[in-house]
Design a protein around this ligand. Structure first.
Ligand code: FAD
Length: 495
């Protein structure tokens, strides 16, 4: 029996590639991670944010939230990495920190609460620290400025065996061979085309996110703190705009405003910093953060489009088509960034790969395990998200029509969300816990809502008259003005 360690070649040193480094970095395999971008600067998080060139990951300077699924995985398996993140300025935001004022006084910790923990960090800081940590793992090697240009593969009967990658380094193209080849090259992966050129049928399920992303970063002024968590929602959906405040490391935070694709006027104007800030000033959940007395802008307004959900199928008739090859992260499953799930999904995916590689040396069986476990871990989130996005796209269309009157079914669904579900998460700790576990990717995103006990608790809140719920503070304050009013206030034509 050969004692040579298995070799693994990974295309892409983004979050999923770093996840593979963590998952396989115990020294038992030789892991080489290639990225066409330059390495991170040997510098502070501040400098990394300002200078790190990452053309391969254009979302790098957009707001990122790191959910409990990722934070807990790092905490439990790589505690030293978590220490390094905290030393670099990242922060832990616990379930208790996130409680609305209505539940703060009655809170008693329960099992699992410590999992629902967000890591507050700019994406640049997370990546910088993860990369430095991963580079010190035994038998893990990063090769920067190395663009993958194609696959090395041969046929064995019906199967395509992937042997490695063709890689451009400077002026030369190098052939790098490995026992296992991993595509972690992200949302714009070229692997499906390369595999199709080899005769494989790689299929894609796609669904639009229907939004465009606009992000601006801010820094707290010296002597100023973040606003109190007083129940004003840090994220919300006004129909014509969605907003989110993302606390981060080292006194930074960012705001993302996401506009429906059909809001042409708004999306053209929003990239102008003064319009972005005026919109924020009209949204209470943002205004308390961007108040010029509290914070200063720290970046231009970054924009990003072509946002969609994509699920790629490398199997055909229930069998793997390429052996010795795996796709992880966005290259396999891409999600609407609004849900903040992509990084958690990518690192979970990398650990699924580890389980499969450890379970058996049979490449076909390994592929089956990855396929099975990926579906179990990620498909429920994908399906729910696609459904919610299609509803959201319809709602954005209705927002532009002042004469639109929803049908009875639509009115009931709206009331269930606004008058039952949302107030219940402020009135009932058990409901908040269940919804948070789904949010943090610890439980099925919809099954908790079908649990009869949970449903009864939500319906109990629905039965309380609106006036009493309002008085008790179970309704969040208004997210912001209606569309026509907002457009008038910031000087946009209401077309
Ligand atoms: C606007 C936006 C906001 C988001 N917000 C969140 C959030 O709040 N929370 C969250 O969890 N997720 C968020 N996501 C999703 C998250 O960014 C992705 O899911 C995550 O980065 C996927 O990791 P990845 O490694 O698969 O891809 P990436 O992180 O994109 O990395 C791909 C890497 O592959 C390299 N590469 C590409 N092609 C080649 C090649 N040919 N040769 C060599 N290297 C190559 C690139 O340089 C890059 O380093 C957001 C996404 C977007 C677009």
């Amino acid at each position: 029996m050969s004692t040579k360690p298995e070799t693994v070649l990974v295309a892409g040193a983004g979050i999923a590639g770093l996840g593979v480094a963590l998952a396989l970095g115990d020294g038992n395999r030789e892991v080489t991670i290639l990225d066409r971008d330059p390495p991170p600067p040997d510098a502070s998080p501040e400098e990394a944010f300002n200078t790190w060139e990452r053309r391969g990951a254009t979302q790098l300077r957009h707001s990122h939230v790191f959910l409990g699924r990722l934070t807990t995985l790092i905490r439990d398996r790589y505690p030293r990495l978590l220490d390094e993140l905290l030393q670099a300025g990242a922060r832990i935001f616990t379930f208790e920190d996130a409680l609305p004022p209505t539940l703060k006084n009655i809170y008693a910790p329960a099992a699992g609460d410590d999992e629902m923990t967000i890591l507050f960090s700019r994406r640049t800081t997370l990546e910088l620290v993860m990369r430095r940590y991963a580079a010190q793992l035994p038998n893990v090697r990063f090769v920067s400025d190395a663009g993958v240009r194609g696959l090395l593969a041969h046929r064995d009967g019906q199967s395509l065996i992937v042997d490695g990658l063709a890689v451009t380094r400077g002026d030369t193209v190098e052939e790098m061979r490995a026992d296992v080849t991993v595509d972690a090259s992200g949302r714009n992966t070229a692997f499906p085309d390369w595999l199709r050129a080899e005769g494989l049928q790689v299929t894609e399920e796609e669904s639009p996110a229907g939004i465009l992303y606009f992000t601006r970063h801010y820094r707290l002024r010296d002597g100023m703190d973040e606003p109190d968590r007083d129940g004003t929602p840090g994220a919300g959906d006004l129909g014509y705009i969605k907003y989110g405040v993302f606390a981060a490391d080292n006194r930074h935070f960012s705001i993302t405003l996401a506009t429906p694709e059909i809001e042409t006027e708004l999306r053209m104007a929003i990239v102008r910093p003064e319009i972005f800030d005026r919109l924020c000033a009209e949204i209470p959940g943002c205004a308390r953060w961007t108040d010029p007395a509290r914070a200063l802008p720290a970046s231009p307004v970054y924009s990003m489009g072509n946002l969609k959900s994509v699920w790629r199928n490398y199997f055909r008739h229930g069998e793997p088509q390429a052996l010795g090859f795996f796709a992880v992260g966005d290259s396999a499953v891409r999600t609407n960034p609004l849900y903040g799930r992509g990084c958690s999904a990518g690192v979970v995916h990398a650990h699924i790969l580890r389980t499969a590689l450890d379970a058996t040396a049979d490449p076909r069986e390994r592929a089956r395990i990855v396929e099975r476990d990926t579906r179990a871990a990620l498909r429920p989130y994908y399906d729910t998200m696609v459904k919610q996005d299609l509803q959201s796209i319809r709602r954005a269309g209705h927002e532009r029509d002042p004469a639109y009157k929803p049908r009875l079914k639509g009115r009931i669904a709206k009331s269930f969300i606004e008058d039952a579900l949302m107030p219940a998460t402020r009135a009932d700790l058990a409901v908040l816990r269940a919804s948070s576990r789904a949010f943090h990717m610890f439980s099925d995103p919809v099954a908790w809502l079908k649990d009869p006990v949970m449903l009864a608790r939500i319906l109990r809140v629905w039965a309380v008259p609106k006036s009493r719920k309002t008085r008790a503070g179970y309704y969040p304050p208004e997210f912001g003005p209606p569309r026509a009013e907002m457009f008038a206030r910031v000087g946009l034509a209401n077309s």
